[in-house]
Ligand binder design. Structure first.
Ligand SMILES: [Zn+2]
Length: 340
């Protein structure tokens, strides 16, 4: 069973209140919302069920989110993510990176020190955002989750809503996160009229994208969509970033800049989806290697859930999929059947 339309509307209303009336001393709450929404997509189901999310998984998401943000902005200093002293999680990741310099998060994850970092982030996540996220307008309104000893439990229907409204949760969290950093006077002089902040905070670096393109070209040099030869290395997010902004290496395909631009933020049509599913399962290991080298998350299982979720959502709301320039088709159940 799915949550009723009334439940979903009420959920959106509360989310709106959370952003307008919540107290955001640090940027942690935005990271927590993004993390639980991502985990709901990766692990949840489209029904009324509850969902347990281990704190360790949430802490790993925090580290993934904050990792690139601990690089000095414009080569000056690390952006301050708290009113007052720097946020503890940013400090912990910065310290970890300075004592155990690893070029990428993926490589760092194989070290023993990394466990210590996870534990320290875990302690802060439990003490701070998990405890305070649901404080709205001076009172507590438990509408998202109940915290347990080792995990939090999303209440019935919440995973459904987080999946259904994932792009909205992401966009709201990101825009408030950016505004928080811009509004912190400790960052002031660095950010005057800066338009690169969003890509610095959340997007894959150009260098990593180039490495991915180089890796993908070793697997084939044709455009995923039109089959033409690609001369310039251009990569496309198969599931658009506007839908799911976390970069996983299995989501990248080679594409002409013109095909990429034309497809834009839409989902690709069934013929492209079929080809992509085949490509990912045939090149699973090579793609993981490309991700390792470029320092991008490699997680075929998550990517599979994300794609399935994206198309199922699109079928529910009657979205159309991109075939080629100015040609679209309806997304229906036959898309979802490709997974069976
Ligand atoms: Zn093309």
């Amino acid at each position: 069973m799915k949550p009723t339309p009334e439940f979903q509307l009420e959920f959106l209303g509360k989310l709106q209140r959370l952003f307008s009336e919540g107290d955001f001393t640090a940027t942690y709450k935005f990271a927590l919302l993004i993390s639980i929404a991502d985990l709901a997509v990766e692990l949840g189901r489209d029904d009324n069920s509850t969902l347990e999310l281990p704190y360790k998984e949430i802490s790993l998401k925090f580290i993934q989110l904050f990792w690139q943000q601990t690089v000095p902005f414009k080569e000056e200093h690390v952006l301050v993510q708290n009113y007052g002293a720097q946020a503890a999680i940013v400090k912990a990741i910065s310290e970890f990176r300075s004592t155990a310099p690893s070029p990428s998060l993926l490589m760092a994850q194989n070290t023993r020190e990394f466990n210590k970092l996870v534990n320290s982030v875990n302690a802060t996540v439990k003490k701070q955002p998990i405890q305070y996220l649901q404080n709205i307008g001076g009172g507590e309104d438990v509408f998202l989750f109940t915290p347990g000893k080792l995990e939090l439990t999303l209440l019935p229907g919440v995973a459904y809503c987080l999946r259904r409204f994932h792009p909205l949760v992401q966009q709201l969290s990101r825009s408030h996160w950016i505004a928080h950093i811009k509004g912190n006077k400790l960052n002031g002089h660095l950010l005057s009229q800066d338009n690169d902040l969003e890509s610095f905070l959340f997007e894959t670096s150009r260098q990593a994208l180039t490495e991915i393109a180089t890796g993908l070209r070793k697997l084939g040099s044709k455009c995923h969509y039109c089959g033409g030869v690609v001369t310039e290395a251009d990569v496309d997010h198969f599931i658009p970033r506007s839908l799911y902004p976390r970069d996983i290496v299995h989501n990248f395909v080679l594409a002409h800049p013109s095909c990429n631009r034309s497809k834009s933020d839409t989902l690709a049509a069934k013929q492209h989806l079929y080809k992509w599913l085949e490509f990912v399962s045939m090149n699973k290991d090579s793609l993981s290697e490309i991700g390792q080298e470029a320092g991008i998350i490699t997680d075929k299982e998550s990517m599979d859930s994300v794609a399935r979720w994206g198309y199922a959502n699109a079928a529910t709301v009657g979205s159309r999929a991109w075939i080629r320039a100015s040609q679209y088709e309806s997304i229906d159940q036959s898309y979802i059947d490709l997974w069976n």
